[in-house]
Design a protein around this ligand. Structure first.
Ligand code: ADP
Ligand code: ZN
Length: 710
C-alpha cells in the first residue's frame, strides 16, 4: 500500500487493516495515534504494559508503508511463533536468526530483496552484520521496530550489549522511521533508551504499567502450601495454563511430581534438568493447552504465551520488581488472570539470611534490603495492592482497583500492641539468641527440655501468651520482622534480635495495627473461576478448544496462533450460524475466516440440539456429493465451504471406513508409496512435517486422507 497523506486517510486505511487482517473492530489506548505517527514517517517511543497491544503499533504501519519493516527482537525463541501468527492473518512475514539453516536464511534474504516481505524479524547481532546492513541498504524499508527496547539499558537485568549498537540504524538510514517499544522502563531507563537509540525526535506514548486484568492475591502459607495450591488450581483454573514458581530445584521437582500425582498436567523446569528435557517441557507448555509449568525463576524470559491464566508463587520474590515481572507473565491476552502468592515466616527468614550472607558490598546490600522490605510491605498491606505496586513504580493509579484481594475482601485488622510487646520482650529476656519456634514455645509455656535447660520457665514471659495459638504467634513474629522491629541473625541460625524500631512499641509509645491474614478459601468466595469454568456453555467451550488444538497440531503451531482464547470466548458468546456472522467475531480477519470458518461453524452447530444441520449432516452432504461424482474442489464450490473443510469431512469418512481412499483422491502407486513412507518416518504423524518433507507437493487435504487410510 502506498504512503497515505493526510492523518485521516492514514486512520481510515489503518482501521481497514485492523478489521480485514486482524478481525478487530477498534483500536485500543494509544494504538491509533502511534500508528499515525509512524505511518507518516515519524519516530515513536512506546511504553505500554504487556498485553496492551504493542505489536499492532508497528505491524500496521508496516503494511501501510511501502517496503518491508525490520523488527529487532532479542527473543529468538518467539520469532517463529510471531511469524506464524502473522501468516495466519495473511501477512507476509519471515525471520532471520541463528536457528535458520544457511539455505533457509538465503531464501529469506532473497524474499526481502525482491520486495516479497511485509515484516522481517531479526536478532540484533544478525542485524549488525555488515552484510545484513548492506542488504537492507539495497532494499525498500518501511520502518525499524525495536522491541524490548529496555535491553539497551545497562542498569536493567535484561541488558543486551548488541542493543547499544542499534544507534547505527539512525546514522545509516536517517529517513526510515523508528519505533522503540517496551513494557518495563522506569524514568531512568526511558531517558537511556532515548539517548542510546538517538530517539530525541521521537514522540513518547506512555500508557503506564497497570495490568488491570491481573488480580493480585497474597495469602498466608498455612503450613500446607501444596494443598492450598491444589485447591486454588482445582477451584479456579482447572485445565488452564499456569506457572508455579518455587525457590529451589528440589521444591520444583517435588511440587511438579505431587501435582501430577493429583492428576494435573504439571511439568518441572529448572537449570538442573538436561537441556533437552527443559526444551521439551517448555515446548509442551507453549504448544499444548492447559499445561502447568513448575519452575524456578530461571523460567520465563522470552515466554510470550498469551493465555497463561495464573502465576502462583510458593515463595516470596526478593523484590517488587521481580514480583511484577514474574506475575506479568499471566494474562498477556488481556483476559482475567490471577497472580496468586503464598508466603510465610520461613520465606522472610530465608530471604533475609540469604541477603545478609551474600558476598555483595554493603551499598548493594542496602539496596537489596530496601527492596525486600518493600516486598514484605506489599504482603502485609491492608489496602489496595495495585495502588501500592503502581506507586512503587512511580506511576500512581486512580484509587483502589477493585481487583485485588484487599479490595475484594478487605482484611480484618487488630490492635496487636500488647501481643507485640509480649513477643518482643520474650526476645529480649531470652537474650536475643533464639529463633521463632523457641520463642513461641516460651510464650505458650511449653514443657520442654531445652526451656528447662536454659532455665527459661523462670522468665516473666514464660506462658504469658496463651491467648493466641502457635500459628498466630508465628504470624505476629513474621509481621514484626517484615516491619523491621526484629532482625534475623546473620549466622543463619534463625535467631532474632530487636532493632531500634522495637523500642517505642515496647515502651508503649506507639500502637501497632496488623492485618489478620485472609485465609485462601475465604478470598475465594468472591469469584469462582476466571472464565473457563463459568462460561455459559462448557461443552461447547471444550469443543471449540478441541477443534483449535486439532488445527494447531495439523500445522505444528501453538493453539493461540490459530485463535486466542478471547476469540473463542467471543464465538461462545455470539454462537454465529453463518460465515457472515462468523466474520464479526473479534479476532477473525479475512484469512482466518476463509481458513477456519467452516470448521468452527460445524462445531457450533453440532452443539445446538435443534440446529438444522449438524456436522455429521454437513459431512454427509459432502460425502453424498462425492458419490454423485463431484471432486472435492467442486464440492467446496457448490457448498461454499473451504477445500480443507471438505477434505476433513472426507478424511473422517475414510477413517470411519465409510469411504475408500481412492474414492476421494487419485494417486498413482509411486505417489502413494512416497506419502506413506513419509508418514511412517514422521515422529508423531503430524501433517506439517510430512507436508514439508514432501516439499509441499501434495495438498494438506490429500495428506489427511492418506493418513486417515493408514
Ligand atoms: P503486547 O506486545 O503489548 O504484550 P500484543 O501486541 O501481544 O501485546 O497484544 C495483546 C493481545 O491483545 C493480543 O492477543 C492482540 O491480538 C490483542 N489486541 C491488540 N490490539 C487489539 C485491539 N485493538 N482489539 C482487540 N484485541 C487487540
Ligand atoms: Zn485493589
Amino acid at each position: 500500500m502506498p504512503v497515505q497523506n493526510s492523518p485521516s486517510e492514514i486512520d481510515q486505511a489503518a482501521l481497514e487493516i485492523l478489521q480485514q487482517s486482524y478481525g478487530y473492530s477498534e483500536f485500543r489506548g494509544h494504538q491509533q495515534q502511534i500508528i499515525r505517527q509512524v505511518a507518516s514517517g515519524g519516530d515513536a517511543l512506546v511504553l505500554m504494559p504487556t498485553g496492551g497491544g504493542k505489536s499492532l503499533c508497528f505491524q500496521i504501519p508496516a503494511l501501510l508503508r511501502e517496503g518491508c519493516a525490520v523488527v529487532v527482537s532479542p527473543l529468538i525463541a518467539l520469532m517463529q511463533d510471531q511469524v506464524d501468527a502473522l501468516r495466519q492473518n495473511g501477512i507476509r512475514a519471515a525471520c532471520l536468526n541463528s536457528s535458520l539453516s544457511g539455505s533457509e536464511a538465503f531464501a529469506v534474504e532473497r524474499a526481502l530483496a525482491d520486495g516479497q516481505l511485509d515484516l522481517l524479524y531479526v536478532a540484533p547481532e544478525r542485524l549488525m552484520m555488515p552484510r545484513m546492513l548492506d542488504l537492507l541498504a539495497r532494499s525498500t524499508l518501511a520502518l525499524f521496530a525495536i522491541d524490548e527496547a529496555h535491553c539497551v539499558s545497562q542498569w536493567g537485568h535484561d541488558f543486551r550489549p548488541e542493543y547499544i549498537q542499534l544507534s547505527i540504524l539512525h546514522e545509516r538510514f536517517p529517513d526510515i522511521p523508528r519505533i522503540a517499544l517496551t513494557a518495563t522502563a522506569d524514568r531512568r531507563t526511558q531517558v537511556e533508551i532515548i539517548q542510546r537509540l538517538a530517539l530525541e525526535e521521537a514522540e513518547v506514548f506512555n500508557s503506564g504499567f497497570d495490568r488491570p486484568n491481573i488480580r493480585y492475591r497474597i495469602a498466608e502459607n498455612q503450613g500446607n502450601a501444596r494443598e492450598q495450591l491444589l485447591r486454588f488450581i482445582r477451584n479456579e483454573h482447572e485445565g488452564e495454563a499456569g506457572i508455579v514458581y518455587c525457590l529451589s530445584r528440589k521444591r520444583v521437582d517435588d511440587t511438579a511430581a505431587w501435582l501430577s500425582d493429583k492428576g494435573l498436567a504439571a511439568l518441572p523446569y529448572h537449570a538442573g534438568l538436561s537441556q533437552a528435557q527443559r526444551q521439551q517441557n517448555q515446548a509442551r507448555f507453549l504448544r499444548e493447552d492447559g499445561i502447568i509449568i513448575v519452575a524456578t525463576i530461571a523460567f520465563g524470559m522470552g515466554i510470550d504465551k498469551p493465555d497463561v491464566r495464573f502465576v502462583a508463587h510458593l515463595n516470596l520474590p526478593k523484590s517488587i520488581e521481580a514480583y511484577y515481572q514474574e506475575t506479568g507473565r499471566a494474562g498477556r491476552d488481556g483476559l482475567p488472570a490471577d497472580a496468586w502468592m503464598l508466603y510465610g515466616l520461613q520465606d522472610v527468614i530465608t530471604l533475609k539470611q540469604m541477603q545478609e550472607n551474600s558476598e555483595a558490598n554493603e551499598a548493594y546490600k542496602r539496596v537489596e534490603r530496601h527492596k525486600l522490605d518493600a516486598m514484605l510491605g506489599l504482603c502485609e498491606l491492608h489496602d489496595c495492592r495495585r495502588q501500592a505496586l503502581l506507586a512503587y513504580f512511580d506511576a500512581p493509579g486512580n484509587g483502589p482497583c477493585g481487583n485485588c484481594d484487599n479490595c475484594l475482601t478487605p482484611p480484618e485488622t487488630w490492635d496487636a500492641t500488647v501481643a507485640a510487646q509480649k513477643a518482643l520482650s520474650c526476645v529480649y529476656r531470652t537474650g536475643q539468641r533464639f529463633g521463632v519456634n523457641y520463642l513461641v514455645d516460651v510464650l505458650l509455656g511449653k514443657d520442654d527440655d531445652r526451656i528447662s535447660q536454659f532455665g527459661h520457665q523462670q522468665l516473666s514471659t514464660y506462658g504469658i501468651g496463651k491467648e493466641l495459638g502457635n500459628s498466630e504467634w508465628r504470624t505476629l513474629y513474621r509481621q514484626l520482622i517484615a516491619q523491621g522491629l526484629l532482625q534475623v541473625d546473620v549466622e543463619g541460625h534463625g535467631s532474632v534480635r530487636l532493632t531500634e524500631q522495637a523500642r517505642p512499641v515496647l515502651k508503649g509509645e506507639t500502637t501497632l495495627t496488623l492485618r489478620k491474614m485472609a485465609k485462601v478459601s475465604k478470598t475465594r468466595q468472591s469469584r469462582r473461576a476466571t472464565f473457563s469454568s463459568n462460561v455459559s456453555n462448557a461443552p461447547l467451550w471444550e469443543a471449540l478448544r478441541q477443534k483449535r488444538k486439532e488445527l494447531a497440531d495439523e500445522q505444528g503451531v501453538p493453539a493461540y496462533v490459530i485463535f486466542h482464547d478471547a476469540t473463542l470466548m467471543d464465538m461462545l458468546e455470539r454462537e454465529p450460524q453463518t460465515l457472515e456472522q462468523f466474520s464479526r467475531v473479534s479476532g477473525v480477519g479475512q484469512r482466518k475466516l476463509d481458513a477456519y470458518g467452516d470448521a468452527f461453524l460445524d462445531v457450533i452447530r453440532a452443539h445446538q440440539g435443534s440446529a438444522p444441520a449438524g456436522p455429521t449432516d454437513s459431512a454427509a452432504d459432502s460425502i453424498a456429493l462425492l458419490c454423485q461424482g463431484l471432486t472435492p474442489l467442486e464440492i467446496a464450490h457448490r457448498r461454499d465451504l473451504t477445500i480443507s473443510t471438505v477434505y476433513r469431512h472426507l478424511a473422517n469418512a475414510i477413517a470411519e471406513g465409510e469411504l475408500e481412499l481412492d474414492d476421494v483422491v487419485e494417486l498413482n502407486d509411486a505417489a502413494l508409496k512416497e506419502i506413506r513412507f513419509a508418514f511412517e518416518h514422521s515422529e508423531d504423524g503430524r501433517l506439517k512435517p510430512v507436508y514439508e518433507f514432501l516439499d509441499g507437493e501434495y495438498d494438506y487435504g490429500v495428506l489427511a486422507c492418506v493418513k486417515a487410510a493408514l
